[in-house]
Write a new protein. Structure first.
Length: 293
């Protein structure tokens, strides 16, 4: 139908206002789900853009349940290029990118009240606790995605199930999240010393007990989760010197991968014609200088 084609071709929108970043919502969906880009659902800091496992299925599920918004500290051109690549079914309704209306490079966060939605029904998915510190009871923190696509990363599958349960419950987000058994309550300390209570989602699929006892990856996961039950420091990479600067490359955040690691890197963002394609996204050639969270 013509209406379906127009929905697929429309560009996600944003208002440049400090009081409301999004146009008025369309009727029909009670919840709004806000997604971060870099290191949450994609990775593009080094080399080609890579999508997190199950991203296409995740977006399709969200599109049936909620209004979907992408909110990133990335520059406009970079953010729009990524969204065009992953939004093949027109699920993402709005894109909030780096703008003076909300972004302060020295101390930025993502205040959900600026979206112009009923915050009781807004959920944000992030990998950086600093970005949810204004609305910690509305946020889910996931592990950093740094480009390695593995079968054991079930983060987006678990998130899809969680959103389905949320919508079915009809409850406000701050009332629903504490009831989720897949989430862990933790306290994170940012670089400024501020304590941020978070809901953390572990996305790793568990191995059988025998393999875990033999020193498999589950032991490492348990260590990570257990440590975070206390107070741990979580760095916001985009607040480091030159991170996301429009004229200079960001400060490296990890050691370069070996050639062997690069050869093992798995599927890039899929093309429209072949969802299993492994080619790199067009944004791969963009300078890292325009990339941010």
């Amino acid at each position: 139908r013509a209406s379906d084609l127009s929905e697929l071709s429309r560009e996600p929108t944003m208002l440049h206002s400090s009081t409301q970043l999004l146009p008025s919502p369309q009727p029909g969906k009670q919840y709004t789900v806000v997604l971060d880009l870099d290191e949450t659902v994609v990775y593009g800091r080094e080399g080609p853009l890579t999508a997190r496992a199950h991203l296409k299925q995740f977006l399709r599920t969200l599109g049936e349940l909620a209004e979907v918004v992408v909110w990133t500290a990335g520059e406009r051109s970079y953010a729009k290029a990524i969204v065009r690549e992953i939004n093949t079914e027109g699920v993402i309704r709005h894109l909030v990118y780096r703008d003076d209306a909300w972004f302060d490079e020295e101390d930025y966060t993502k205040d959900l009240k600026k979206l112009g939605r009923d915050t009781d029904y807004v959920l944000i998915v992030e990998n950086t606790p600093d970005c949810v510190r204004e609305n910690p009871t509305h946020g889910i923190i996931v592990s950093d995605f740094e480009g390695a696509v593995t079968r054991r990363d079930e983060t987006l599958l678990k998130l899809a199930e969680l959103v389905e349960a949320l919508v079915k419950s009809g409850k406000p987000v701050p009332e629903f999240l504490p009831t989720c058994r897949t989430l862990k309550r933790q306290v994170v300390v940012n670089e400024a010393g501020t304590e941020i209570p978070i809901f953390y989602l572990s996305g790793r699929a568990k191995r059988p007990n025998k393999e875990a006892k033999d020193g498999g990856e589950d032991d490492a996961e348990g260590t990570e989760a257990g440590a975070a039950e206390g107070k741990v420091v979580k760095t916001n990479r985009d607040k480091r010197p030159r991170a996301g600067n429009s004229t200079e490359a960001p400060t490296p955040t990890r050691a370069p991968r070996s050639e062997a690691d690069k050869r093992q890197q798995t599927p890039k963002v899929a093309t429209k014609s072949d969802p299993r394609a492994t080619r790199a996204a067009p944004v791969a050639s963009m300078s890292p200088a325009s990339k941010a969270k």
